[in-house]
Write a protein that binds this ligand. Structure first.
Ligand code: GDP
Ligand code: MG
Length: 170
């Protein structure tokens, strides 16, 4: 029994931090500088005989607009291909703000048939937890999500709940 999970989101939302938290190892590189992760990084976690393969998916925030250029077609296809065979997608945003790059990532997810879990990360930075409510309601308008979970990848808050939600879709 095994499953593939893609972790997507614009640079700096905490994809690598979340993956390291889940896998409990320094697997992917985290940095304040965007695009430290240039290649796909995978990690496997086995719990109760279920193997879950997590893939940190960079480059989703860039949509190559000029479709006549072969290189752009190639890059768009590569990004789409990465999401074709997954069982579940974890879409991460930063509780700080929604940006145009978040929109591009979401646009890419439009054709994904696997369930998408939305994660609002860095909630440790949120002094007023009631500020979460507008986030949850605006996210739920953007598309259908299997779940919307506030987490702190850095502190591990609600990360086990996220893993449980992921496991539900494998
Ligand atoms: P990625 O580009 O999406 O892989 O993002 P990273 O995992 O490299 O994280 C970008 C920055 O955000 C780093 O400085 C992390 O330490 C920080 N960060 C990630 N998750 C959290 C979190 O839950 N809380 C806080 N306060 N910072 C975080
Ligand atoms: Mg990263």
């Amino acid at each position: 029994n095994c499953g593939f999970v893609a972790i997507v989101g614009r640079p700096n939302v905490g994809k690598s931090t979340l993956m390291n938290r889940i896998l409990g190892q320094k697997l992917s590189i985290t940095s304040r500088r965007p695009q430290t992760t240039r290649h796909q990084i995978m990690g496997v976690k086995t719990v109760a005989g279920i193997q879950t393969i997590y893939v940190d998916t960079p480059g989703m925030h860039q949509m190559q607009r000029d479709r006549n250029r072969a290189i752009n077609q190639f890059m768009n296809q590569a990004a789409a291909q990465a999401l074709r065979d997954v069982d579940c997608v974890v879409f991460i945003i930063d509780r700080d703000r929604w940006t145009d790059e978040d929109d591009i990532v979401l646009e890419r997810l439009a054709s994904v048939s696997a369930p998408v879990i939305a994660v609002v990360n860095k909630v440790d930075r949120m002094k007023d937890k009631s500020a979460l409510l507008p986030w949850l309601s605006s996210l739920s308008q953007k598309r259908e999500f299997a779940a919307i979970l506030p987490v702190s990848a850095r502190h591990g808050t609600q990360v086990e709940e996220l893993e449980a939600e992921v496991t539900r879709h494998l």
